[in-house]
Design a protein around this ligand. Structure first.
Ligand code: IMP
Ligand code: MG
Length: 176
């Protein structure tokens, strides 16, 4: 595909494979949270496409909330260095929380966010990401549910952007 500005995108993971994987994850989650309400928290903006596709396929009750954070950059590496641009609409105390992300890269954003959420005393807190790029990990984060493990390439689509574009592509692509 060409976007008319000399960048072309080639498919890394086809739409059909993405959708199949999301269905598999939803089945697993539905089993594990059977009889409970899963409180799914989306990290904006990238996680929103994955979250809605996952939620649509769940067989247990779900509730949703959204959060938007920005990291302060790589020079500030200690915990607590994320800026909350939009906080959750509801308390999470006592809830079974699943944090839903598009991709785990260095893990820095997530490590900070998980600490913040843990301090709010949920009953349980797990992490689900569509993609994992372990080659670039700088901080150890335990990802409980992963769609695909990918090599160290910059990807777009399924919520992920390059300069705010391409989030809406229904497949995972690589810009060349
Ligand atoms: P990190 O794990 O703290 O390094 O940051 C992860 C965030 O960086 C993700 O939630 C994405 O928003 C963004 N990101 C990391 N890798 C990519 C990529 O390959 N394409 C698009 N966004 C990415
Ligand atoms: Mg993100």
């Amino acid at each position: 595909m060409s976007d008319g500005t000399s960048k072309s995108i080639h498919v890394l993971i086809e739409q059909e494979k993405v959708e199949q994987k999301i269905s598999e994850l939803a089945d697993r989650l539905s089993k594990e949270y059977q009889g409970k309400t899963l409180h799914m928290i989306c990290v904006l903006k990238g996680g929103v496409f994955f979250l809605t596709e996952l939620a649509k396929r769940m067989h247990t009750d779900v509730s949703l909330d959204f959060m938007c954070v920005s990291s302060y950059g790589k020079e500030t590496i200690s915990s607590g260095n994320i800026k909350i641009l939009k906080d959750l609409g509801e308390e999470i105390e006592g809830k079974d929380v699943l944090l839903v992300e598009d991709i785990i890269d260095t893990g820095r954003t997530l490590a900070c966010l998980l600490e913040e959420l843990k301090s709010r005393k949920p009953n349980s807190l797990k992490l689900c990401a569509l993609l994992d790029k372990p080659a670039r990990r700088e901080v150890d984060v335990k990802v409980d549910y992963i769609g695909f493990t990918i090599p160290d390439v910059f990807v777009v689509g399924c919520g992920m952007d390059y300069q705010e574009k391409y989030r809406n592509l229904p497949y995972v692509g690589i810009i060349t």
